[in-house]
Write a protein that binds this ligand. Structure first.
Ligand SMILES: NC(=O)c1ccc[n+]([C@@H]2O[C@H](COP(=O)([O-])OP(=O)(O)OC[C@H]3O[C@@H](n4cnc5c(N)ncnc54)[C@H](OP(=O)(O)O)[C@@H]3O)[C@@H](O)[C@H]2O)c1
Length: 313
């Protein structure tokens, strides 16, 4: 089995697993051009997967589909409108997926927002927590029957090294209705929640669904759209003032997506379900204690059930 490292790209890892990718049905969320999702979808199509392009902005889904078709004219693509910040939209999208014929082999919950000003969703949940965790929690849990139709289904959840910035605030996930909001603590909360969800989902479906959370890498995408010069100054260890990532933290978009492909297809790590990966490797030792605590994972499951108004046993 070849080994992968920081120089690997989604495309180079995908090439190694091309026989596993071919014919699989994969949902990727957040596929707008110039982001990790679009590149992931492109590589999946290149190696013959049926790709469900899920996103909240139809014109961006269509732009990515058109780009993919230029490289892979016979790509099997499907559009799925999914706004993770609306539980109703998530339910509608999941309903559509449940009507598809055939299994879903892999879901990559890549969509996300970072460092947004305080905002509550229509459902009354802080935007980063809602978009990065709660929406994906509901979507994945609702389509589990489709995953279980696959012989070896996987779920790959986009977390971030940013999980280090904060735990899940079980008693105050909305930051006192915004009064004590800190956008970095909120990003940290949301990405911690992603890892904890992965741990609990893996536990509940052990032997049936393989689950990983991933820090893709620091790349210039559209993610920093709402950041200011002050934000970049605050993170001067990581960024130049213009928002370009610094030093060996910086990755191309292709390098960023490499870890999704390891998590999605590498058969040698199946028994490590529930783990966190970065730089193409299992890296549980890099996870903060607040994101590895099994009791916190159970507590988050219960809180998420409460927020979406549905039990998932
Ligand atoms: N780039 C990095 O350095 C970095 C580092 C660590 C982790 N990550 C993670 O990697 C993932 C991908 O980020 P990226 O860097 O590729 O950023 P990006 O280019 O901004 O892509 C984010 C995607 O998520 C979509 N999205 C946002 N809110 C949504 C919602 N409510 N419903 C549905 N889709 C929504 C966006 O759609 P619109 O275009 O319509 O807004 C876009 O397609 C994120 O989870 C991010 O946290 C990125």
């Amino acid at each position: 089995m070849p080994t992968f490292d920081i120089n690997s790209t989604g495309e180079s890892v995908g090439k190694v697993f091309a026989d596993k990718i071919k014919g699989k049905t994969v949902i990727v969320t957040g596929v707008s051009p110039n982001g990790f999702g679009a590149d992931t979808a492109r590589v999946l199509a290149l190696y013959g997967a049926k790709v469900v392009l899920a996103g909240r902005t139809l014109s961006k889904i269509q732009a990515t589909a058109a780009d993919i078709k230029k490289e892979s004219p016979n790509a099997d693509l499907r559009e799925l409108v999914l706004d993770l910040s609306s539980l109703q939209s998530v339910r509608q999208a999941a309903e559509e997926v449940l009507q598809y014929s055939g299994p879903i082999d892999l879901v990559i919950t890549n969509a996300g927002v970072m460092g947004t000003p305080y905002q509550k969703t229509v459902d009354g949940i802080e935007l980063q927590f809602a978009s990065n965790h709660v929406g994906h929690y509901l979507f994945v849990n609702l389509i589990i029957p489709k995953l279980l139709e696959s012989l070896a289904p996987r779920v790959v959840l986009a977390s971030s090294v940013g999980h280090l910035w904060g735990p899940v605030r079980f008693d105050d996930y909305n930051f006192e209705d915004g009064k004590t909001y800190d956008k970095w603590l909120a990003y940290g909360q949301s990405k911690t929640a992603v890892i904890l969800y992965g741990i609990e989902l893996a536990e509940r479906y052990k032997g049936r669904i393989t689950v990983f959370s991933v820090h893709p890498g620091g790349s210039i995408t559209n993610l920093g759209g709402s950041l200011t010069k002050e934000d970049y100054e605050k993170f001067a260890d990581f960024y130049h003032p213009d928002g370009t990532p610094k030093g060996d933290w910086a990755r191309s978009i292709g390098q960023g997506t490499a870890t999704y492909f390891v998590a999605g297809f590498d058969p040698s790590i199946t028994d490590k379900t529930g783990s966190y990966l970065t730089e193409c490797k299992i890296a549980n030792e890099q996870v903060a204690p607040h994101a590895t605590d099994k009791e916190a994972a159970k507590k988050l499951w219960a809180l998420s059930e409460e927020l979406v108004g549905q039990k998932f046993n």
